[in-house]
Write a protein that binds this ligand. Structure first.
Ligand SMILES: *Cc1c(COP(=O)(O)O)cnc(C)c1O
Length: 428
């Protein structure tokens, strides 16, 4: 058994001051049991914990680290920028540079605004959509995550389109009431919502490739249907590409599926491992944001120079088609190897993958929405997770998350991962 003595001690100390010992819930390993590892160092595909254990990391900070940990080019850029000052609260040229790179990659984002997290990006995009349309309601999908702002912390009743119920105490019923929920991939449910609430829906917000219920692909015609319906009914279509942006393709999911949303939310990769988010889209809509328009939104650290630098350096490296080919090859090897290992162990598994994003669902059926995701065997997943940790593989500690491959993951890393999976699958 790997020793976790130091992580245990640090976790105990942390719980005195931090609720649950962490600053973001999944980190506490609540869904899988065991001791959350306290990380001291990361380099490339690997991380090391406080007990000196080394792991091949498939969390990669939940997406931002597509180049791997402590990429030398990104670290150098951050170091150089830090020497010139860490924040000014005034305009810098770097913001325009990164905005230009993003707009070139994602042409639907004619203008954009930087914020400090994906949560802020989605929250601000919703406010803007409401202001632009003069309407109050929004449609979201069961199992899609758009950060933790009040009106987006609402999930569905039972797959059926229904009035939102708050997912968290502290979200008022009146806030949740304006959030309508449909099942992912259920275009009919969206049609019914537009029929039931004509002229009052400001926006439909969706993860074009869902990656927060585990990975689920949009069904054929789902995204184009959303595009058509929202246009017909005078509502905006918002793609939350905080995960998929610069991950599934340089231009994000909207490039893969060739759909043009009105607004897009980004985060994660565009900050190169530092706190960044962005929302943007049609010029006529974005011009409503203060100070060019009246929709207020601001941030002390927005467009932070270190974060801009890390983002620029990351995108410069990603702007090369061979990058996404390599990520696809690695993803394919991992998927095929895991499928073969499951087959060898007679384990019913369904693996969803898009490029370097991958979820192993402990279920025989493929996952198309949150209802099917929830039918997975989470107790077997928990044993899988703990077994993999023991073998030196740091997999996302929840069935409802995607694993992230980076450019730093080598074929040897993938081999080692498959060897571990073959062993662990047999024990399940
Ligand atoms: C991570 C995520 C967010 C929230 O971003 P934070 O930076 O954690 O606030 C929003 N939407 C999606 C799709 C995400 O994956």
């Amino acid at each position: 058994m790997k020793t976790t003595k130091n992580s245990q001690r640090l976790f105990k100390q942390a719980r005195r001051y931090l609720p649950g010992g962490v600053d973001s819930p999944v980190r506490a390993f609540g869904a899988v049991g065991g001791i959350p590892r306290f990380i001291v160092k990361g380099k490339g595909s690997k991380i090391r914990d406080a007990d000196g254990n080394s792991y091949i990391d498939y969390v990669c900070s939940w997406g931002p680290l597509i180049l791997g940990h402590a990429d030398r080019r990104v670290v150098k850029a951050i170091r150089d920028a830090a020497g010139k000052g860490t924040s000014f609260g005034a305009a810098t040229e770097m913001e325009t540079r990164l905005a230009g790179m993003i707009s070139a990659a994602v042409p639907s984002m004619q203008m954009l605004r930087f914020v400090s997290s994906g949560t802020e990006a989605a929250m601000s995009a919703i406010r803007l959509a409401r202001a632009f349309t003069g309407r109050g309601r929004i449609v979201k999908f069961d199992g899609c995550y758009h950060g933790h702002s009040d009106s987006l912390l609402v999930s569905g009743g039972s797959g059926m389109a229904t009035l939102g119920i708050p997912d968290s105490p502290g979200v008022t019923a009146s806030t949740a009431m304006d959030t309508l929920v449909a099942g992912y991939n259920d275009l009919d449910a969206v049609r019914r919502l537009f029929a039931k609430y004509p002229d009052s829906i400001a926006a439909v917000i969706v993860e074009p490739i869902a990656a927060n219920m585990g990975l689920a692909h949009p069904a054929r015609g789902f995204l184009s249907g959303l595009r058509r319906l929202s246009k017909e009914h005078g509502a905006l279509l918002i793609f939350d590409e905080v995960i998929s942006g610069f991950r599934v393709a340089y231009g994000g999911a909207q490039a893969l599926y060739n759909i043009k949303p009105d607004l897009t939310c980004l985060g994660k990769i565009i900050g190169g491992g530092l706190p960044v988010g962005a929302y943007g889209g049609r010029r006529d809509i974005m011009q409503m944001v203060a100070p060019s328009g009246k929709v207020y939104q601001a941030g002390t650290l927005s467009g932070n120079p270190l974060a801009m630098t890390a983002g620029i350096t990351t995108l410069e490296i990603l702007n090369d088609p061979s990058v996404y080919r390599r990520l696809e090859e690695k993803g394919e090897l991992l998927q095929q190897g895991l499928a073969a290992a499951a087959c060898g162990a007679c384990l019913p598994l369904s693996i969803a993958r898009e490029g370097s994003l991958l979820t192993v669902f402990f279920s025989a059926e493929s996952v198309t929405d949150y209802a099917s995701a929830r039918r997975c065997d989470t107790s077997v997943f928990a044993r899988f997770l703990r077994g993999m940790l023991e073998e030196g593989i740091y997999w996302p500690p929840s069935q409802f998350e995607a694993a992230f491959l980076s450019l730093a993951h080598s074929l040897r890393d993938i081999d080692a991962t498959l060897r571990a999976a073959r062993k662990v699958f047999k024990q399940l």
